[in-house]
Design a protein around this ligand. Structure first.
Ligand code: FE2
Length: 298
C-alpha cells in the first residue's frame, strides 16, 4: 500500500505492518539529490535481530581458506570462483587487512570478516523477513520502481581498525539494466560516523554519466571504462552520518564511497540492490539469478 502525503509524517509503529508514507518532499529530494535518508526508520529491536543473526552466521562460518578476501581495489579478476559463485549463496569474506605478513589473523576472527554475501535475503530466515518488509516495497514504489526485484544482499561489517575502504563507484556498474533502474537500500545497523567510515555520496551526482561497467565472461571479469568524468573526492563529496536504524536509499548512478575504519568501533550496515523487472537486466552482469526466486518486497 502506497501513501504520499505533503508533510513529514512517519508512523514507526506501523513499519512492520507495511503502513508507511513517503512525503512528496522526500520523493522530490530523492530525485533531485540522488539519495534519501530516513532517520531511524527501524527501532533497536528490529535491527537487533538482524545484527544478532549476522553475528551467529560469522561465528558458525567454518571455512579454512585465507584466500577469501574482499577488496574493491582489484576488479579485473580471473578464476575467483569463491566470489563469482557466491551470487546465490551465503558466504563470508575476510577484510583485506585481516592477516599479518605471516598469515595470522590480526584480531579475533569475528572481527576480521569484511562481509557476508550475497543471497541472505532469500536463504536466511531472519534476513529474508527483514529484506521483504512491506515498508520497503512502499518506499520502492514511491521512488519509481514499478516491479522491484531484489538482486543481491550484503551484510558489511566495516570492522574496527581494519575495515577496508570502498572506492568511489556507482552501483549501476554492477547491476546494468536498460534503462537504468538499480536502487540501493543501505541500512545502518550501527551509528555510521566520519570516525568509523560512514557512507559518502556526491550530491546530485546521479545526473552525471555512468563511468564504468563491470562485465563477466565465464570466470573472467573486467571493469570497462565508459566515461572519463573524474570521481568525486572528500571535498566535492558529502558524508552521510546516520544513526543506527536509519535507511539511506540511493540511485544507481550516484557515486558513493566509504573511508577505511581506523576507529575502535565497527560500522555495520546491510544493503539490498534492487532492479526493476520492467527493464532489461544485462547478461554481462556478474550476478545472475539462476536458481533462486527473483522477488520484490512481498
Ligand atoms: Fe555501492
Amino acid at each position: 500500500m502506497l501513501f504520499i502525503v505533503s508533510e513529514l509524517n512517519v508512523f514507526n509503529s506501523f513499519i512492520s505492518e507495511g503502513f508507511y508514507m513517503l512525503t512528496k518532499e522526500q520523493v522530490q529530494q530523492y530525485h533531485s539529490t540522488g539519495y534519501l535518508v530516513l532517520d531511524e526508520l527501524f527501532d533497536a529491536n528490529e535491527i537487533g535481530k538482524v545484527i544478532a543473526r549476522a553475528d551467529k552466521i560469522i561465528r558458525e562460518w567454518d571455512d579454512g581458506s585465507k584466500d577469501h578476501i574482499f577488496t574493491t581495489k582489484d576488479n579485473d579478476r580471473t578464476g575467483n570462483d569463491f566470489f563469482l559463485d557466491s551470487a546465490e549463496e551465503i558466504r563470508c569474506f575476510f577484510e583485506e587487512e585481516a592477516f599479518s605478513e605471516t598469515g595470522e589473523l590480526n584480531q579475533a576472527r569475528e572481527l576480521c570478516i569484511n562481509k557476508i554475501g550475497h543471497a541472505l535475503h532469500e536463504l536466511d530466515p531472519v534476513f529474508e523477513r527483514f529484506s521483504h518488509l512491506p515498508v520497503l516495497g512502499d518506499i520502492a514504489q514511491a521512488i519509481g520502481l514499478t516491479t522491484p526485484q531484489i538482486r543481491q544482499s550484503m551484510y558489511i561489517f566495516k570492522q574496527p581498525k581494519i575495515g577496508g575502504e570502498v572506492n568511489w563507484h556507482q552501483d549501476a556498474s554492477f547491476f546494468y539494466t536498460t534503462p537504468q533502474s538499480v536502487v540501493t537500500f543501505w541500512f545502518a545497523m550501527e551509528d555510521a560516523t566520519l570516525e568509523n567510515g560512514c557512507l559518502w555520496v556526491e550530491n546530485e551526482g546521479h545526473k552525471g554519466p555512468l563511468r564504468e561497467r563491470f562485465n563477466r565472461d565465464g570466470d573472467v571479469t573486467n571493469m570497462e571504462k565508459l566515461d572519463d568524468m573524474p570521481w568525486p573526492n572528500e571535498i566535492s563529496g558529502t558524508p552521510v552520518e546516520v544513526k543506527a536504524g536509519s535507511l539511506i536509499v540511493f540511485h544507481g548512478y550516484l557515486p558513493h564511497y566509504s573511508a577505511p575504519n581506523r576507529s575502535n568501533k565497527s560500522r555495520q550496515a546491510y544493503t539490498l540492490h534492487v532492479t526493476d523487472g520492467s527493464t532489461e537486466y544485462a547478461k554481462e552482469n556478474w550476478l545472475q539469478s539462476v536458481n533462486l526466486p527473483l522477488r520484490g518486497f512481498n
